[in-house]
Write a protein that binds this ligand. Sequence first.
Ligand SMILES: [Zn+2]
Length: 230
Amino acid sequence: MFVRIRCAISNSYLLLGEQPVLVDTGAPGDLPRILAALKTHGIEPGRLALIVLTHAHSDHAGCAAELRRRTGARVALHAADAPLARAGENGVLAPTSQLGRIVRPFVDQPFEGFEPDILFRDGFALEPYGVKGRVLATPGHTAGSASVLLANGEALIGDVLRGSLVWPNRAAPHFFCNDPEVNARSIVRLAREAPIRCHPGVLGSFPGSELGRYLTTVSGEVLEFSGEPA
Ligand SMILES: [Zn+2]
């Protein structure tokens, strides 16, 4: 079981396994929301077993350094995003649409840099931290983007895709994607895992079948897929 924590721009997720694990930490300034969620669920900060980052953009890794100080939890990140985490910078944010160009100044802020405690590559197991699931490499949005697959069939996919601004239960291309071809292969990989439901880093969740729908339309017009204004 897990709960969604709505941060200023993005979603963080609190996994409530045998031990609590946090997936993503919001943007700089989101710390009170994260701490409030821990409190709501009766979790003393020192009990947090692990912080997993789906990637090292400021709206996901923005509070990682401060949360580590507050909780003592180790921070896990894919090795390919470690340079971004160390620098506290987003690096390239390649817009996928006009909307991305509009949103970019709000997302592209620096954050406190940090050295991750755990640098994983692929198939990082969460069982040692009290959660039944694993972390798969799903690059494309960034080189080190990763997704959390829970044993119950739920997937926390970071910014591989986002929820729709308009339609409930629909996926849309994220505002930014540094390598669309690599990202499409990551979506194929996720689709093969047949998740029941995908919970993105931005906006609302959608059924796993949306991954397949995306792949059948990605070769055509992406905007047709998202059903949103460009
Ligand atoms: Zn991102």
